[in-house]
Design a protein around this ligand. Structure first.
Ligand SMILES: [Mg+2]
Length: 392
């Protein structure tokens, strides 16, 4: 059995271009789907996949680990940068899809078998609608409360918000009060039985991140995400030691070595590897095993497209420390026309029952996907009041 081609299908989904990766074999009708979506770097990732193809065409797609080692270590430069990490991930996910199809079992059966009956989903405020999630003003606490109530009305038992405003390295009380007011409004709207998460998008400096973490501690967040830059693991660890709120991070880390450093510093209680960036299903397995040793929870980053979600769920059904799956459902209205999924979602509680189809259990409708060709993604940039560059 041989790989004959590696193709990419770019599908524009407003804030993102979904990059679907199709690994085709010489067996009639046998191919696998992966995803390598990387906002604002679409052309670079498509090019990186083309570069990697040189290593893989003619190889046996069943030798997933061997091919992963080639992609990561050959071409001299290790594949731990975001562009090549994403390209490797997309191809790797497609290889696991092929393996499932060859053996006629869902991927989670290949990853050790099912460890749970269902996977719980959480949503973004607004369900992934860009304007609700990213552009609700931090001084509009009431709106945060309304969106929280509507997530619960949609069946979710957990949701994530961007309640921490963009801040300069040091600011006074105003942004801290805004954040507290937003979280208070959400807690009042949904009560104590619903899990609320706050994502800081690594906007704050370490000191501001600590101030926000302290201010939000009384509201019992499920987790508090990226309180400062991922380059500052020591500072994330300091924040984790200062509050009882579980700190989450890891969506921008590539490969097991970066997570090793995070674990060694005891920097987080929840890791968020992105299966489409960190090295695919092959690498997230290793990262999750390491997390087991530290008894750290795993909640993969997953705001992208449908193949990413299918991969995250297959992994979630096989990984003991996996606690919850991030999901978006209101990003584009035609999501269901592009993909058919093998798993089912129960509206009450938004829990996912396992896929029974082979591989990732998905079908991509290429003709539908091609109706939404590449467009430059909507820019999301931050400048502080004085015109200096900030973190979005
Ligand atoms: Mg995040």
């Amino acid at each position: 059995m041989k790989i004959t081609s590696i193709e990419t299908v770019v599908c524009h989904a407003r804030m993102r271009n979904w990059i679907f990766v199709k690994v085709v074999t010489d067996q009639p009708g046998l191919w696998g789907w992966g995803e390598a979506t990387l906002e604002w770097h679409t052309r670079a990732v498509v090019g990186a996949i083309e570069d990697l193809s040189q290593l893989l065409i003619g190889e046996d797609p069943r030798r997933i680990e061997h091919l992963w080692q080639m992609m990561y270590r050959q071409h001299f430069w290790h594949g731990n940068g975001i562009v090549r990490g994403t390209a490797i991930s997309g191809i790797d996910i497609a290889l696991w899809d092929i393996a499932g199809k060859i053996h006629n079992v869902p991927c989670h059966e290949l990853l050790g078998g099912r460890v749970r009956d269902y996977v719980r989903l959480y949503c973004h405020l607004g369900g992934g609608r860009m304007e609700d999630f990213y552009q609700t003003k931090p001084d509009d606490a009431k709106r945060f409360g309304e969106l929280a109530a509507s997530a619960v009305a949609d069946g979710f038992t957990a949701f994530k918000s961007m309640a921490v405003p963009e801040t300069m390295p040091l600011e006074g009380l105003k942004p801290v009060h805004y954040a507290a007011a937003c979280v208070e409004a959400m807690r009042e709207a949904v009560g104590d039985d619903i899990d609320i998460m706050v994502d800081c998008h690594a906007r704050p400096s370490p000191r501001m991140g600590l101030q926000f973490a302290k201010a939000l501690e009384p509201y019992g967040l499920y987790f508090f995400e990226e309180p400062c830059w991922p380059e500052s693991l020591e500072d994330i660890a300091l924040i984790q030691r200062a509050v009882k709120t579980p700190i989450a991070t890891g969506e921008r880390l590539i490969g097991i070595h970066a997570f090793r450093d995070l674990f060694e510093k005891r920097a987080a209680s929840v890791i968020q590897p992105d299966i489409t960036h960190c090295g695919g299903l092959s690498e997230v397995r290793r990262i999750a095993v390491l997390a087991e040793a530290y008894r750290v929870a795993v909640a993969p980053h997953n705001p992208q497209g449908p193949v990413s979600t299918a991969a995250s769920l297959e992994f979630g059904f096989s990984a003991p420390s996996y606690i919850i799956c991030e999901s978006v459902h209101n990003d584009v209205p035609w999501r269901d026309e592009v993909v058919k999924e093998g798993f089912t979602i129960e509206k009450k509680g938004r829990i996912v029952l396992p896929n029974k189809r082979p591989g990732l259990g998905i079908e991509i409708n290429e003709a539908e996907a091609r109706k939404h060709p590449f467009e430059q993604e909507v820019l999301q940039r931050t400048f502080y009041k004085d015109g200096s560059v900030g973190d979005w």
